[in-house]
Design a protein around this ligand. Structure first.
Ligand SMILES: *[C@@H]1O[C@H](CO)[C@@H](O)[C@H](O)[C@H]1NC(C)=O
Ligand SMILES: *[C@@H]1O[C@H](CO)[C@@H](O)[C@H](O)[C@H]1NC(C)=O
Ligand SMILES: *[C@@H]1O[C@H](CO)[C@@H](O)[C@H](O)[C@H]1NC(C)=O
Ligand SMILES: *[C@@H]1O[C@H](CO)[C@@H](O)[C@H](O)[C@H]1NC(C)=O
Ligand SMILES: *[C@@H]1O[C@H](CO)[C@@H](O)[C@H](O)[C@H]1NC(C)=O
Ligand SMILES: *[C@@H]1O[C@H](CO)[C@@H](O)[C@H](O)[C@H]1NC(C)=O
Ligand SMILES: *[C@@H]1O[C@H](CO)[C@@H](O)[C@H](O)[C@H]1NC(C)=O
Ligand SMILES: *[C@@H]1O[C@H](CO)[C@@H](O)[C@H](O)[C@H]1NC(C)=O
Ligand SMILES: *[C@@H]1O[C@H](CO)[C@@H](O)[C@H](O)[C@H]1NC(C)=O
Ligand SMILES: *[C@@H]1O[C@H](CO)[C@@H](O)[C@H](O)[C@H]1NC(C)=O
Ligand SMILES: *[C@@H]1O[C@H](CO)[C@@H](O)[C@H](O)[C@H]1NC(C)=O
Ligand SMILES: *[C@@H]1O[C@H](CO)[C@@H](O)[C@H](O)[C@H]1NC(C)=O
Length: 623
């Protein structure tokens, strides 16, 4: 933040009177010249020979409006590896801000600590993103230091009194280092600390109750450490707390009820711990974001937990919650994740239908019953709907087609019946459609071929009949097509050449020759045609499908000689009475199979990363 302020000030004043000379004392000017010389000027654009006024140098900030002294030096991201220049900086008595982040510095010289410790005006030190190692140095003096950022280094060992002398410390960031020992409690005698980030270290032991002594704390981030025990109930005394992040530790016991007393608390994350017992009522009274997923919380969800007006995101998935989903829901909800619990009864659709901001609804892997209500289509912002692995019955309402922003629809492993509505094709943004393992019947509507963004289509394990729509080849994003375990028959049309992950037509009623159009699927990795009535020879072109790793042809009526395949291709031809092994080592398929392309795999991976990033980004945008 500080650096942007400086640049603003810099360009602002520059545009007004570029000719005014520096009024820096000659002493500061020499120091700046000396400093400039000791740095590798080729790597920074601050060259005292070209620009004699140090206040005009990039990364230098002077006081406004007189320019009588240097107050800021920002040397971030300029590949500095030697720390030798650091003590020189301390000769600038007026210095307030020093930012040397994002370099290759491996130490803070003792000369720097002793000399800069005497600068009462020094407010901010930023050493983040360097290679600092060893233990935390002792900070003596630094009476005015408010912001200390040592994050993203390799500092190690335990922390005891090293920071205790920092009487003005308001913001401490030690994230992403290798600190161990217990959570430090001596963080400035006068206890004015507001922001404390200790995430991604190896701190262990309990959360010490002494933390509560820092009454001005607004932010605590202890995530990704080894902290255990229960959270002290007195944490509720931190009346200014806004953000509390305890994720990915070994914390246990109950979520403290006292959190409900903190009226300023907007974000509470305690996911991936061992918290147990019921969720206390009232803890969301003031919250915007709550994440308690991956714990062992039990009992039912308190009836007013999801109702507070400011609540935007709630994640309670992967716990042991039972009972029904509360019907009182916040109109601000953007994301609601309750998957992998033991929630039962029906989905409170009437309440959900009023949520105009709801973008992610995930209720999968529970024991929810009843129908999928057409009213869900009123949630116009929905991008992801996951109701998979429940006991939902009835048919797929055609109104779902109105969810024009939907990208992911997962309804697999339910008890759905009836036909796939043709309106499904209206969800033009859809990228994942999984309605596998239900009891859907009728034929696959040809309109699905207009889903140009669909990447995965999984209709496996239903009672679908008829033939595969002829125009399926026009689905230009499709990488996975799962149609196994249905009653499909007829001609197999030309498939999208984008298919890569799998084409599964197994356990259907297909017959006749294996279609030659499959020869175009150059990127395909898994082809499963098993348990049909395919006859004739195994086409030689299979040997040229360079990406193929699995070819499953078992239980058909194929005959003739089995072509040769590369050793990396798993081929299953069992249960075809007419097949014989080739006798000569020189088989009749000439073209040598190409080694499976790693690039293809990478492209698939990148694509999926893209889809999920998009979703994640839009969630965080509101969080
Ligand atoms: C102060 O320095 C800025 C550049 O940082 C310059 O544009 C401005 O003219 C100077 N003002 C005075 C009063 O010297
Ligand atoms: C600058 O460097 C010169 C020569 O190295 C030295 O004599 C002088 O004391 C230095 N001045 C300051 C202010 O650092
Ligand atoms: C200065 O930086 C350049 C480019 O990063 C590097 O090649 C050179 O070795 C550096 N010189 C010194 C003295 O650090
Ligand atoms: C320190 O610098 C990093 C990266 O350059 C920046 O993200 C961070 O906000 C800075 N810290 C402070 C306290 O200004
Ligand atoms: C803490 O880290 C230091 C330095 O890496 C190491 O020597 C020490 O054994 C560690 N202590 C514990 C309890 O892990
Ligand atoms: C470290 O934490 C402080 C306080 O929250 C924050 O201002 C700063 O940006 C963080 N540093 C980095 C590199 O993210
Ligand atoms: C907290 O902040 C206030 C003003 O923001 C300040 O007066 C007070 O001394 C600080 N420290 C404690 C422990 O309350
Ligand atoms: C909440 O604050 C009130 C008033 O300070 C106090 O009486 C009560 O015990 C607190 N509740 C919890 C759960 O800490
Ligand atoms: C929920 O689970 C608790 C045990 O954790 C049990 O006592 C309670 O009867 C269950 N409630 C329902 C509605 O199943
Ligand atoms: C479903 O939920 C149970 C806990 O209720 C969990 O153990 C299991 O891993 C979940 N299954 C999936 C596929 O997420
Ligand atoms: C669809 O659901 C099936 C059955 O749970 C699962 O195996 C498959 O990975 C799912 N596919 C997608 C893309 O969600
Ligand atoms: C072909 O040979 C393999 C091993 O060499 C054998 O397992 C398989 O049963 C044979 N298949 C036929 C149809 O002879």
């Amino acid at each position: 933040m500080a650096r942007y302020l400086f640049f603003f000030f810099f360009s602002f004043s520059f545009s007004f009177c570029p000719m005014v000379l520096s009024e820096l004392s000659s002493n500061q000017k020499t120091t700046m010249i000396n400093l400039s010389k000791s740095l590798n000027v080729t790597s920074i654009s601050w060259d005292i020979n070209k620009e004699p006024n140090p206040c005009l140098g990039k990364g230098v900030g002077c006081n406004s409006p007189s320019n009588s002294s240097v107050i800021q030096i920002s040397l971030f991201g300029v590949s500095l590896s030697s720390s030798d220049f650091l003590p020189l900086v301390c000769q600038i008595e007026s210095l307030q801000i020093l930012d040397v982040s994002d370099n290759h510095l491996s130490k803070i010289p003792s000369g720097f600590l002793s000399d800069c410790g005497k600068l009462d005006g020094l407010k901010l030190l930023n050493f983040s993103y360097n290679n600092l190692d060893g233990s935390l140095p002792v900070f003596v003096g630094f009476a005015g230091l408010e912001f200390l950022d040592l994050s993203h280094n390799r500092l190690s060992g335990a922390i005891d009194l090293e920071l205790d002398g920092l009487v003005g410390l308001k913001s401490l960031n030690l994230s992403l280092n290798r600190f161990n020992g217990s959570v430090p409690t001596r963080l400035g005698k006068s206890k004015v600390l507001k922001e404390l980030k200790l995430s991604m270290n190896m701190f262990h032991g309990i959360i010490p109750v002494e933390v509560v002594g820092y009454r001005n704390l607004t932010l605590i981030d202890f995530s990704v450490n080894d902290i255990s025990g229960s959270v002290p109930d007195r944490i509720g005394e931190l009346s200014k707390l806004e953000v509390l992040i305890l994720s990915s530790n070994k914390l246990s016991g109950e979520i403290p009820q006292s959190l409900s007393n903190i009226t300023s608390l907007t974000r509470f994350f305690a996911n991936s711990n061992k918290f147990n017992g019921p969720i206390p009522a009232g803890i969301t009274k003031h919250l915007r974001n709550l994440d308690l997923c991956y714990n062992t919380l039990s009992g039912s969800i308190p009836s007013d937990l999801l109702s507070p007006l400011n609540l935007q995101t709630v994640d309670l998935s992967n716990n042991r919650l039972n009972g029904s989903i509360p019907t009182a829901l916040s109109p601000s909800l953007v994301r609601l994740r309750l998957g992998s619990n033991s929630l039962d009864y029906v989905i409170p659709t009437a309440a959900i239908a009023t949520l105009q901001h709801l973008t992610y609804l995930e209720l999968e892997n529970n024991t929810l019953t009843g129908l999928i209500s057409p009213e869900l289509c009123y949630c116009q912002k929905l991008m992801l709907l996951n109701l998979a692995q429940n006991q939902l019955s009835g048919s797929l309402p055609m109104e779902l087609g109105k969810l024009s922003h939907l990208q992911v629809l997962k309804l697999e492993l339910n008890l759905l019946t009836g036909q796939i509505p043709i309106q499904i094709a209206q969800m033009s943004k859809l990228s994942i459609l999984n309605i596998s393992w239900n009891s859907l019947n009728g034929s696959i509507p040809p309109s699905v071929a207009s889903l140009k963004n669909l990447v995965n289509m999984n209709l496996q394990g239903n009672n679908l009949n008829g033939s595969i729509p002829e125009n399926i080849g026009s689905m230009t994003s499709l990488m996975e097509l799962q149609l196994g375990e249905n009653q499909l028959s007829g001609d197999i049309p030309s498939m999208p050449t984008t298919l890569q992950i799998a084409l599964n037509l197994s356990s259907n009623l297909f017959e006749g020759h294996i279609p030659v159009t499959l020869a175009k699927l150059k990127g395909l990795e898994i082809l499963d045609l098993s348990n049909n009535k395919f006859s004739g020879e195994i086409p030689a072109f299979f040997g040229q499908l360079g990406a193929l790793t699995q070819l499953i042809l078992s239980n058909n009526q194929l005959s003739g000689e089995i072509p040769k395949f590369g050793s990396w291709v798993f081929v299953n031809t069992s249960g075809n009475e007419g097949l014989t092994n080739s006798t000569s080592p020189e088989s009749k398929n000439k073209g040598k199979p190409i080694a499976p392309s790693i690039v293809v795999l990478a492209v698939v991976a990148a694509f999926f990363a893209g889809v999920w990033t998009l979703i994640a980004v839009s969630v965080n945008g509101r969080g």
